[in-house]
Design a binder for this molecule. Structure first.
Ligand SMILES: Cc1cc2nc3c(=O)[nH]c(=O)nc-3n(C[C@H](O)[C@H](O)[C@H](O)COP(=O)(O)OP(=O)(O)OC[C@H]3O[C@@H](n4cnc5c(N)ncnc54)[C@H](O)[C@@H]3O)c2cc1C
Length: 420
């Protein structure tokens, strides 16, 4: 096996496969290799539906081998470190590989030690996460008999920022069907200050929360889970004011010290803390300082590395000020492809720019969805064609059909083949 490739892609997830497929479609003579240790590839976007019992987990998985574009070499191995000054990287068992161009897209990692007690809590029957095991989420929802159903997310960036609340809207519907909603309090506790960053969509979500009688707790950062007592501890993050718990609080919240709220739970769903994979963090390719420390240091418009001109990055690992989603990857991949192809020909970047597009299919119940599309600076960026037929800021049945049937079809048959 040659140790040198014209284009080396680290990670064969949504970003790696899409980029490789588009490159091959543009030029079949390119020498491309993808390095990824996993034999499986998952369509993670459907895990929200799996967690709500309305999608088969097995259908979210495909063999990695079936997705590697023909003509692209798959090195089934894990990258351990980068040496970009020498156009080289190291792998666990395939030695060092060198490249002309490098595309870095190994996704992100879950930091289960980022919240005290999280690991142990996940072993109990009451704590679950669609990010880790969506089939368990559905079991926990079905077993819920009443009390506090708490949904929360960490202070770190996460992939699909809407996922922690989507599963809550579906759980609320499920509880009503199961006849347990009258005995339940549904709580969304977020470290953020708002339910959603883009106004038009936040307005609809606020209506949904009010209609469903959900308690929205802002400035609540989960820091500890005591799974023996079934309590979750939140740090109150709004510095300028003290935290006050009212007497007779229906959620049974209590204060521990000045700024910690202790909330009992009967079920708890959370997104785990997330960060760039350790081998990226430890490399010269990561931001070394500042708020993006550890994430891949790429230009937010060209996706070219800010120090190493023959390195590009996209997907969840990239330090981009927008939501980390597969939908974002769909708009990023053509920019990386165009730039690499132009560089091969002329040593200059192509003209395509990534404007921060991302989208979040906010499922608000069985049969209902709001399609939030936006770009950098939380500016709404709804698809003009779709908007001719549907007001995507409102809950729609047609968007639910898109989520459940349309997007999985497009993912496997078009996006993974580099056709859109
Ligand atoms: C619960 C949930 C719901 C979501 N909902 C949506 C949604 O509705 N819409 C949407 O657009 N997106 C959604 N997403 C997000 C979407 O799945 C991700 O943003 C997308 O998969 C990112 O693509 P990626 O290629 O960067 O990472 P991934 O697809 O995660 O792929 C990373 C790849 O890198 C590989 N890798 C890891 N370490 C190494 C290593 N050392 N060396 C080589 N390879 C390595 C992995 O094996 C993996 O194959 C959701 C995600 C989750 C978890």
């Amino acid at each position: 096996m040659s140790n040198h490739h014209q284009i080396l892609i680290v990670g064969g997830g949504t970003a790696g496969i899409m980029t490789a497929a588009q490159l091959r479609n543009r030029d079949a003579s390119l020498d491309i290799a993808i390095i990824d240790p996993s034999k499986d590839h998952y369509y993670q976007a459907a895990w929200t539906l799996v967690g709500a019992g309305t999608y088969n987990y097995a259908n979210t998985r495909r063999d990695m081998a079936s997705l590697i574009p023909s003509g692209v070499k798959w090195v089934q191995d894990g990258v351990t470190s980068f040496d970009p000054a020498n156009n080289s990287l190291s792998t666990k068992s395939s030695g060092d590989l060198t490249y002309d161009y490098l595309v870095v897209c190994p996704g992100l990692q879950y930091d289960l030690d980022g919240i005290e007690g999280l690991r142990e809590a996940l072993d109990t029957d009451f704590v679950c996460s669609n990010y880790l095991d969506p089939e368990k989420t559905w079991r926990v929802i079905q077993n819920f008999k009443g009390g506090n159903a708490v949904f929360t997310q960490p202070t770190t960036p996460i992939k699909c920022g809407g996922a922690p609340q989507k599963i809550m809207y579906l759980a609320d519907d499920a509880f009503r069907k199961q006849g347990v909603r009258d005995n339940a309090e549904v709580i969304f506790a977020t470290p953020g200050s708002v339910i959603f960053g883009v106004k038009d969509f936040a307005k609809t979500l606020t209506q949904v929360i009010n209609r469903k009688n959900i308690h929205l707790k802002t400035f609540y950062a989960p820091v500890k889970i005591d799974s023996k007592k079934k309590e979750v501890h939140f740090q109150w993050t709004k510095q300028e004011t003290g935290c006050v718990i009212q007497n007779g609080n229906p959620l049974g919240e209590d204060l521990a010290g000045e700024t910690t709220v202790v909330m009992p739970y009967d079920m708890l769903h959370l997104a785990p803390p997330q960060s760039a994979p350790d081998f990226v963090k430890a490399s010269p390719l990561a931001h070394q300082e500042g708020p993006s420390k550890g994430w891949l240091n790429v230009d937010k418009y060209t996706l070219q590395h800010n120090e190493f001109a023959n390195v590009f990055g996209l997907g969840d690992v990239a330090a981009l000020p927008t939501a980390k989603t597969g939908a974002a990857v769909r708009k990023q991949a053509p920019v990386v492809v165009e730039n690499i192809l132009t560089m091969i020909k002329s040593q200059a970047l192509g003209g395509k720019k990534y404007e921060g597009y991302s989208s979040c299919p906010l499922v608000t119940g069985y049969g209902k969805m709001v399609l939030a599309e936006f770009k950098y600076d939380n500016v709404r960026d709804s698809d003009p064609f779709l908007s001719k037929f549907v007001d995507t800021t409102k809950e729609n049945w047609s968007m639910w059909i898109l989520k459940k049937y349309g997007l999985p079809y497009l993912y496997w048959n078009k996006m993974m083949k580099g056709k859109m």
